[in-house]
Write a protein that binds this ligand. Structure first.
Ligand SMILES: [Zn+2]
Length: 330
């Protein structure tokens, strides 16, 4: 028996599947992690197959020149701290401020402020509204950058990994600093990664969008989006239609030498595009470990049901590239 491929449970030929998807226009992926040139070459093969014209990537600063030399304007950089030296005392303080300036000098137009609850296990500096973070935000704004944040995490994690609410806070707690900062930096476009951390509750996202005109969302984190948006595809379609220009396409693909394969990258684009463009209803080809984490009786290689939202062409055009192009003019 061949071992299970967690990125391709169904044995799909992803290149052929790509050519069968309906959308023919450009697609910009505003949320990926392309860590080095070697994995980038394989990543862009999958990107080519799925019509991904441009990628906004978060990666180590020392890779920028090599990535730019080989991939040119096709890759845009998002500023991030140096997570490889996460145990150095200045990585999230003075070194981070220096990084923001260095990324800006290399043309980065977006600065990421990662604030997942698990960041607190690493350092208190990764909470969203610490003094050093605010300093970083003021600096990034002065350099003409927009912001991206990861706030929250899946409901499945708050039910398991984050059960200790004294340590991590509840899920609603995560949005209190975000809302304060959205107002404080109301002149800066602000992308809430992974549907601002709450694809489970589109009514909450609608409330956030209605009250914060500078907030945008990206639909990255494939397993999470497929699992949760497939539970309410029609509601998701209405949500996107009601908020043109506010939802952007992202994958959260991590390309690194340590873990790379064509199917790994292609599976994310196939699943997200199928979710967005079609009315597909069937098992996702990607193993989702959260299913067993929440219900230990589930097999380890379980995958959720993928139910497509079949967005209309105008909504797809805005989500796939129109919204990102507008933000690039900021
Ligand atoms: Zn990411």
């Amino acid at each position: 028996m061949p071992s299970v491929n967690p990125a391709n449970l169904l044995g799909l030929q992803y290149r052929q599947e790509a050519s069968a998807l309906p959308w023919r226009g450009p697609i910009w992926d505003v949320h990926a992690h392309i860590n080095d040139v070697e994995s980038a070459r394989l990543f862009f093969q999958a990107a080519d197959a799925f019509g991904i014209e441009r990628v906004w990537s978060q990666q180590p600063y020392d890779q920028l020149d090599a990535l730019r030399a080989e991939f040119g304007e096709r890759i845009q950089f998002i500023a991030v701290p140096d997570y490889f030296r996460r145990n150095e005392p200045d990585t999230f303080t003075t070194n981070w401020l220096k990084r923001i300036e260095q990324f800006a000098a290399k043309g980065a137009r977006c600065c990421k402020f990662w604030a997942a609850p698990r960041g607190r296990d690493l350092t208190p500096h990764l909470s969203l509204d610490t003094p050093i973070r605010r300093e970083g935000m003021r600096l990034a704004r002065s350099l003409g950058m927009m912001f991206m944040t990861h706030v929250g995490d899946p409901d499945t994690w708050f039910a398991t990994l984050y059960r200790d609410a004294n340590k991590y806070g509840t899920k609603p707690h995560q949005y209190e600093p975000l809302e304060r900062l959205l107002d404080e930096f109301g002149d800066v476009p602000w992308i809430g990664a992974h549907m601002a951390g709450d694809p489970e509750h589109l009514d909450h996202l609608q409330d956030l969008l209605d009250r914060h005109a500078n907030l945008y969302l990206d639909c990255s984190a494939t397993k999470w989006m497929v699992r949760e948006l497939s539970k309410h595809p029609l509601e998701f379609r209405s949500f996107v239609q009601r908020n043109p220009g506010r939802v952007l396409f992202g994958s959260d693909i991590v390309a690194s030498k340590a873990d790379m394969s064509f199917d790994l990258f292609a599976s994310r684009y196939w699943a997200l595009r199928t979710l967005l463009e079609t009315d597909h209803d069937g098992p996702s080809p990607i193993v989702d470990p959260d299913l067993k984490m929440v219900d230990p009786s589930m097999p380890a290689d379980s995958s959720p049901r993928l139910r497509g939202a079949k967005l209309d062409p105008a909504s797809l055009g805005m989500l796939y590239h129109g919204a990102a192009k507008r933000l690039m003019r900021f």
